[in-house]
Ligand binder design. Structure first.
Ligand code: Q46
Ligand code: ZN
Ligand code: ZN
Length: 302
């Protein structure tokens, strides 16, 4: 099949707009949307520092690659990468290797923060002793680690690799659970909150399949390794449902995310009325007296 715009062979079929694209036209199509996301989400009034949360998987690797490609030449933007090592044997070492390879290639400063050093415990150890599933601890500790290190590095923004599929699954899942607090925290964050570094999500409108294709055709180093604890049965059910809707009506994922964007301000308004406390132990912003991360850590130690 030929590209819809030139004589070259197509490498991908984009169902929601009916085009077949060669590598060059696909790159242009994807990068244009990522540039637009940066323009919408990022305000550069003074020199800024961006920290990319790099796991070494395809999404965050593409996010770092494009952050560097789009903003790397600006003198008023500094870019660094941070990888969290949760202590998951047989998985994290592979993704760390890919993350190091990419940051070396791009000449980006790279910092690695381990759960062992920060919390004194690894996810492997928690999986043996914790009351909850390892992912419950991992997500909370990872968010805290990234936010804390970004504050230490004086970062203005954290970039994550959340793609369209992740975003839509999260929106639908939290709506189904009625968890508006979590929906409000989803990001991207347009308003700065005390003690929280705002998150940028430049890939939020790029389907997962396009992120993967982009990583492969541009030879971006990334790891295919999957976390052994990644058995989120509920998320998988939502993934299957959303994929089925998209299959039947191409463009559904965009429609869901665009609808969410339309009502997002209502969530901000709801959030503004809430009182923000500080965790008595670590000082981080918290809904209660003690933040989730500190209370989970206390549970593990008792
Ligand atoms: S790394 Fe951590 Fe994930 Fe592994 S333990 Fe679960 S949350 S699945 S993205
Ligand atoms: Zn073409
Ligand atoms: Zn705390």
């Amino acid at each position: 099949m030929k590209c819809s715009f030139c004589e070259r062979d197509a490498i991908i079929h984009i169902r929601y707009n009916g085009t077949h694209l060669c590598k060059e036209h696909f790159n242009r199509f994807l990068e244009k949307r990522v540039r637009l996301e940066f323009r919408n989400q990022l305000k550069i009034e003074n020199p800024i520092k961006i920290v990319v949360a790099l796991s070494g998987g395809k999404d965050s690797s593409v996010a770092l690659y494009l952050t560097k490609k789009i903003l790397g030449k600006r003198r008023d933007v500094k870019i660094e990468a941070v990888t969290i090592d949760e202590g998951i044997s047989g998985y994290r070492s592979l993704t760390l290797e890919a993350a190091k390879k990419l940051t070396d290639e791009l000449k980006v400063k790279h910092e690695i923060i381990s759960f062992r050093d920060k919390f004194g415990v690894t996810i492997d150890e928690i999986s043996k002793n914790g009351q909850l599933l390892p992912c419950s601890y991992c997500g909370v500790f990872r968010r805290k680690s990234i936010n804390d290190v970004s504050i230490e590095l004086n970062a203005d923004y954290v970039v994550t690799g959340l793609n369209l599929d992740d975003s839509v699954q999260t929106v639908i899942m939290n709506m189904a659970r009625g968890d508006l607090d979590r929906l409000e925290r989803l990001g991207p964050h347009f308003k700065k909150k005390d003690g929280m570094i705002p998150r940028l999500q430049p890939l939020r409108k790029i389907p997962e399949r396009e992120v993967l294709t982009y990583a492969i055709v541009n030879n971006i180093p990334f790891s295919h390794a999957e976390c052994p604890y990644a058995i989120d049965a509920i998320r998988n059910e939502f993934r299957e449902a959303v994929d089925k809707w998209e299959e039947r009506t191409p463009g559904t994922k965009f429609a869901i995310l665009n609808s969410f964007d339309e009502i997002r301000d209502l969530l901000y308004y709801r959030d503004e009325k809430k009182e923000i406390k500080r965790c008595k132990i670590c000082g981080a912003p918290s809904a209660g007296e003690i933040c989730k991360s500190c209370s989970m850590l206390m549970d593990l130690k008792t």
